[in-house]
Design a protein around this ligand. Structure first.
Ligand SMILES: [Fe+2]
Length: 244
């Protein structure tokens, strides 16, 4: 079993892991390079740049997923950090998903304005999207998600999760929108299952593909976070095909 799957194959379905400072700095550098051309003036420190983008007229440009995805070169830089390499060394089947069919691993970030619930999506389990055809992985493989806060209000963590919900079944409706099937799910009946993820800047939450979760909005502060999906061979006994 890979380390990542051992983090999530627990009764809670998630784990909190430390993210090295050097990886946080690298991530900021990648995002700064992307945002700087949209800023109202040059030479801003990273936090001032984020505030400038939030206030500025270009925020809509920052909302689209295409804009928020690392380019191939940024992905290379990120993946060759020891944080990732340690996972790759330990499980040779491991890779980062390409659900957007870019031809390289999909790593993306999100900037959320304080007080604007429309900047985050509804509660869901990631496997719903995969089941509805948003990307595919090879047979005998599975997924594990990682969410990393880069800036967030300590009083209003940017992600809610439902401990143990990966072992429950939930019904969602599916609607066809923008050329894709999307899940529609009401948060109300499961609200009591959700807690703020116990994750701060300098940590990541690694969670099961079936775990319920959703983005949260601070009433006052912006949030910057990033995420990716690991794919690895599924070594759970029930899924291993005997060799003879
Ligand atoms: Fe998700």
């Amino acid at each position: 079993m890979s380390k990542l799957t051992s983090y999530v194959d627990t009764s809670n379905g998630f784990a909190i892991v430390a993210v090295p400072d050097s990886l946080l700095r690298l991530t900021e550098e990648i995002i700064r390079d992307k945002l700087t051309p949209l800023a109202s003036r040059s030479g801003l420190e990273f936090d001032a740049l984020l505030a400038d983008i939030i206030r500025g007229k270009h925020f809509d440009a920052v909302k689209g997923k295409e804009f928020r995805m690392f380019d191939a070169q940024a992905v290379d830089r990120w993946m060759y950090h020891d944080f990732c390499q340690d996972f790759f060394k330990e499980d040779p089947s491991l890779y980062i998903s390409d659900e957007e069919k870019l031809g390289y691993p999909n790593i993306y970030w999100r900037l959320v304005r304080g007080g604007l619930a429309s900047d985050v999506g509804p509660v869901h389990a990631d496997h719903w999207f995969w089941d509805l055809g948003h990307g595919s992985i090879p047979p005998g493989h599975r997924r594990v998600k990682t969410w990393i806060p880069l800036r967030q209000d300590p009083q209003h963590v940017g992600l809610s999760i439902g401990p143990g919900t990966h072992r429950m079944d939930f019904h969602y409706e599916k609607v066809f929108k923008d050329g894709k099937y999307k899940p529609v799910f009401e948060r109300g009946p499961v609200n009591h299952l959700l807690i703020p993820a116990p994750v701060r800047v300098g940590q990541a939450v690694v969670f099961h593909d079936r775990l319920l979760h959703g983005g949260e909005v601070s009433p006052v502060q912006l949030r910057l976070s990033m995420e990716l999906t690991w794919v690895m061979r599924d070594t759970a006994e029930s899924n291993v095909i005997p060799s003879s």
